[in-house]
Design a binder for this molecule. Sequence first.
Ligand SMILES: NC(=O)c1ccc[n+]([C@@H]2O[C@H](COP(=O)([O-])OP(=O)(O)OC[C@H]3O[C@@H](n4cnc5c(N)ncnc54)[C@H](OP(=O)(O)O)[C@@H]3O)[C@@H](O)[C@H]2O)c1
Length: 423
Amino acid sequence: MRVGVLGCGTVGSALVELVQREAGTIFERTGVRLDVTRVAVRHVARPRAVSLAPGVVTADAGAVVTDPRVDVVVELMGGTEPARTLVLDALKAGKPVVTANKQLLAVHGAELFEAASAAGVDLLYEAAVAGAIPLIRPLRESLAGERISRVMGIVNGTTNYILTRMSEGGAAYPDALAEAQALGYAEADPTADVEGFDASAKAAILATIAFGVQVVADDVHREGITAVTPGDIAFAARLGYVVKLLAVAEAVGDQVAVRVHPAMVPVTHPLAAVRDAFNAVFIEGEAVGELMLYGRGAGGLPTASAVLGDLIDAAHNLQVGGRGRTATRSRAAVRPMAELSSQYYLNINVVDRPGVLAAVATVFGDHGVSIRSMEQEGLGEEARLVFITHKATERDVQATLADLRHLDAVERVGSLLRVVGQE
Ligand SMILES: NC(=O)c1ccc[n+]([C@@H]2O[C@H](COP(=O)([O-])OP(=O)(O)OC[C@H]3O[C@@H](n4cnc5c(N)ncnc54)[C@H](OP(=O)(O)O)[C@@H]3O)[C@@H](O)[C@H]2O)c1
């Protein structure tokens, strides 16, 4: 099976290295002989981590797709264009495609899967969510008959690293971010990670597979971690919680709800133990009960390992003249965030004078939000009230916050965190 690889950066070069190193073993185990015949990059002259024979590398990605010496295409360039056009062209030419590009799938998934279906070839993407962790295939195949109620994941290693440094090292957000950047976990522009865009794209893909309906990134309620303070994390710890950026996809009646936001997770929950840049996905199903898959969500070789598994599958299916299991999916009915219920943590800075507590409590009461616990931290100008609510709807809590912002006695409304994982 002759393989054309689009992109030879962190993941592409690791994939080429693995194919070169493991081709013999892969053939013995699977009967599939892989050979990387063409590789597209942007800068042909740039030194690469792998050695490639003359004539293999080109700057013309389109030529790799149309090359008759390429049977299977692996897209590892990233971004939506030209990746979308190249993947469509490959599929239309009857060539299976493997990709690790969550952004591409979250935005153009429907169009691409339709093209794969029309051409009768595979479009596989195990590495697009939680890098090395086998997640897509278990969801699609092992759990194909399972009625899944919820999928909750730590699917962004950068933010998990930052939150781990903040909770274990007491670091402030900017210092933890700078550390993540120095270690190569965070980009110079960290927006996609810290504002939850990356996790939202992955949440959309996870929800699509788990619930068999088509969910896109715009369906996902998204909040990042930039407003989380060391104070929030310390308070959560005192109450027995860890703060994590979670992607949560759940079935609510005949709708699905998909969201990404920082959450307080009980220390006893398996997701609370997922530290540093690791990822994990916790699955709850009617018959299967609880499952957790854990591993590295990024990095060249770990991600390439997942790509290689797909590549062997796609090549094998092509060899035997078939394709993997597919499904036609209708557009998801999405439950709006405002209608979801949760327990909430919120904190507000107030002036320290008589009657303030009563005024604040009245606002909660007006919106039917019941307070489970309240603590005052600090005195005078530093006075801060910290609340945990009983279960309330997002709509009521947001209305409470809006009214609190208008109270004279309230100087600042701080973080809002949902309590997840102890229902
Ligand atoms: N890195 C990870 O840990 C990880 C984990 C999971 C998923 N992914 C996904 O894997 C994909 C690749 O990520 P990466 O980290 O390997 O990216 P990367 O290191 O930036 O590599 C991208 C490669 O694509 C090439 N390229 C970009 N645009 C091109 C064009 N128009 N024509 C030809 N070649 C082009 C680049 O060429 P030059 O080298 O010449 O610039 C480079 O070799 C992305 O979709 C990413 O989201 C990555």
